[in-house]
Design a protein around this ligand. Structure first.
Ligand code: GMT
Length: 383
């Protein structure tokens, strides 16, 4: 099929998932068109059946706020017409679902029908979507989508609780390419971070408030008092300078490294002994799943969709939001000896297999086919 994907091109989970999905679909001989304001970070290497269309938002003295949504809708109209797109799959409701709705209306006036699938990722519902500034538009554009998916059961329930949704929301879990993440740790890399073979604890995120990065540091502090360990922070965002300051205050600078945004997450997960995700909320926690695929058990909070992937006592543990003592205890329990850690590692890898790309991508393909079948080919894609 000829699929248009709209997403945020950033390191955030929704953009990563959308990009990985697009590349997986291209591997299965679909043609994929990414439509966004910058080349998605995980989109690398040339493939003949992947196209990238940049949304340009011209500035104009009158525009204090350049209208990205209108620019996106107009670009979608163009891309659909020029490339005979069969369907649009938009990731993250704001403003992608409403821009797709607008594009669809314009195209319909010209006798061209393009079904729209909206995938809800989390904060588009639980944080930004709830904001009264956006809520009516979010609810309307979700209801106007031809199919709606959510990345966890929890997010599906949250969406029904938050908005009056008249349609079925299908859960299609996030996925990971288990083969790609199953790497042998690079010894030299491990040695740079943990020269005396200390345990390596990892946190990767966009450093937003919701991630509770300070809790990562407090959990690590407790752990470090018992088990020789190093903490590796990957990513960047608004809370990073607060986190660096806290490390200085706690005299932990020699134990903690901030490496910023990174591309080769496979290599990083491979050297990790534990992944910490003490968030206020996670609709799914894609980074936790990728960590598991790399063989790192997870200590997280018992919120959102995390209980759908973290199995306490098997591949990790979950604590109460903010209870750093409890989560430090869990971390010590996992890292206390080699046999325990190996058991958790194996279980983490096994759990990741249930979310392997080979199981999840066909669910999207099936949804695309069903949707497409419901609209006569000639209506969807007139010559
Ligand atoms: O929270 C983030 O890291 C970014 C955010 C996004 O929209 O990119 O992530 C959300 O979508 C991810 C992919 O589906 C989920 O794995 C994250 O749990 C979710 N974040 C939240 O719900 C806070």
């Amino acid at each position: 099929m000829n699929i248009g994907i709209v997403c945020y091109p950033t390191f955030g989970g929704s953009g990563v998932l959308a990009t990985e999905l697009g590349m997986a679909l291209a591997d299965k001989n679909h043609t994929v068109h990414f439509i966004t304001y910058r080349q998605p970070v995980r989109l690398n290497g040339f493939r003949a059946n992947i196209f990238y269309h940049e949304v340009r938002v011209p500035t104009y003295p009158l525009f204090e706020y350049p209208p990205y949504e209108s620019a996106l809708a107009s670009t979608l109209v163009d891309v659909v017409k020029n490339n005979k797109i069969d369907l649009l799959h938009v990731h993250y409701a704001i403003p992608h679902a409403s821009a797709a709705y607008m594009a669809k209306q314009i195209l319909e006036k010209e006798g061209r029908y393009v079904p729209v699938i909206t995938t809800l990722h989390g904060t588009d519902i639980t944080l930004v979507g709830r904001d009264k500034t956006y809520a009516p538009v979010v609810a309307f554009s979700i209801n106007q989508s031809d199919a709606i998916t959510a990345v966890s059961e929890n997010l599906r329930e949250e969406t029904y609780k938050t908005f009056s949704i008249e349609k079925d929301i299908q859960v299609i879990y996030n996925f990971v390419d288990v083969k790609r993440f199953n790497r042998k740790p690079i010894d030299a890399f491990r040695k740079v971070i943990a020269p005396d073979n200390e345990r390596i604890v990892l946190h990767a995120s966009n450093f937003r408030k919701i991630k509770r990065v300070q809790d990562v540091i407090y959990i690590f502090k407790k752990l470090n008092e018992t088990i020789p360990s190093k903490l590796l922070f990957v990513g960047d965002g608004p809370e990073r300078s607060m986190a660096e300051e806290l490390c200085r205050e706690l005299s932990l600078c020699d134990e903690i490294r901030f490496v910023g945004k990174q591309q080769d997450m496979e290599e990083i997960f491979a050297i990790a002994d534990l992944f910490l995700l003490p968030s206020e909320y996670e609709s799914f926690g894609l980074s936790a799943l990728e960590a598991m695929a790399g063989g790192a058990p997870v200590v997280a909070t018992n919120v959102g969709g995390l209980p759908e992937i973290v199995k306490p006592g098997e591949n990790g543990y979950m604590g109460k939001v903010g209870d750093v003592d409890q989560m430090a205890g869990y971390a010590i329990e996992i890292l206390k000896d080699e046999t325990t850690l190996m058991k958790f590692r194996e279980n983490a890898k096994k759990q990741a297999q249930s979310f392997d790309i080979s199981r999840i991508v066909p669910q999207y393909e099936k949804l695309y086919e069903q949707l497409y079948k419901n609209y006569c080919k000639s209506v969807c894609n007139p010559a």
